[in-house]
Design a protein around this ligand. Sequence first.
Ligand code: NAP
Length: 342
Amino acid sequence: MKNMRCALITGVTGQDGAYLAAFLVAKGYKVYGTYRRTSTPNFWRLERLGITDKVELVPFDLLDQTSIIQALQIAKPDEFYNLAAQSYVGASFEQAVSTGEITGLGLTRVLDSIRVVDPQIRFYQASSSEMFGNSKDSAQTLKTPFRPASPYGTAKLYAHEVTRTYREAYGMFACAGILFNHESPLRSLEFATRKITYTLAAIKLGITDHVTLGNIHARRDWGYAKDYVEGMWLMLQGDKPKDYILATGESHSVEEFLSVASDTVGLDYRVCLRVDDNLYRPMDINSLVGDPSEAEKDLGWNPKKTTFDELVQIMVESDLRLLKTEKWINLEHIKLLSQLSE
Ligand code: NAP
């Protein structure tokens, strides 16, 4: 199979990892994906995309440098996408130390392993808009100062700076995509967007009668994950390593998301919404909106491929189909969702 490009994706069991794997398989790549050895296998996203048998799975943990080196030796990748992380902002307040270990220091273990094993590997780091925190800029650009507002944002900022350091110190092709929120039917249920679409589908089907949320006034720049993985790949195809922002350039509140989702299933969200102050984060970001113009200009990436309304509709319709077919969903599950930090 010579001439076939090879990619190693960490976090292939997550939302972006699964979409990126499907994208690269379709492009003819040999794809290796990493998974953690946990008691319960977590391959449902790869199964939903129908690519389980097209991805070579290798064990890997960001806490364990030997597993990182072994994954590199097995895959011998041309491109390395580091998508693995403790990625829940709300949970990072509850698990601040392990978030720093996994999301921050874990990246240093990865880059140091690449530097030793094969520094020619092209490397992508999944940076986050959460690094900006409560920014004063009307739209965040690569020049906007960072001021994270959570242990997650802080850990991502550390990883972001280590990526730049390895690029500058060792001349590695290491770049970071600062991605604003991107969602999909493969988003974990703990995230506010998916919690909304899943619970509204459950209300529509008579499984429950309310959705419980925290800060419905928070504004985010929401895109479609399937569109964003193309931007990650484009960043590794350039002549020089460079960081980019991937965002839509529009912000919407959680309440607007809820409103479009409830319109999609013909419900009035004001009747079924419960706000629980306990779900507020210790510190939250009021508004995030990114400026994707450099990615548009340099990479030809399209930030408006899927509109906000289309994204919400895709998610609600997918959850309706899921809830109609999956038998294991029950009320306890929905109740638990209403108590989780977002
Ligand atoms: P996700 O669905 O939460 O996936 C995270 C992945 O990381 C999972 O495969 C998880 O494995 C893996 N992981 C967690 N801890 C690990 C460890 N100690 N060692 C190895 N793997 C570990 O996240 P996502 O939404 O796909 O996001 C992908 C990346 O982009 C993340 O780094 C995230 O922080 C970043 N990001 C996401 C967004 C967004 O809006 N989605 C925005 C900006 C940046 P398990 O399946 O075993 O848990």
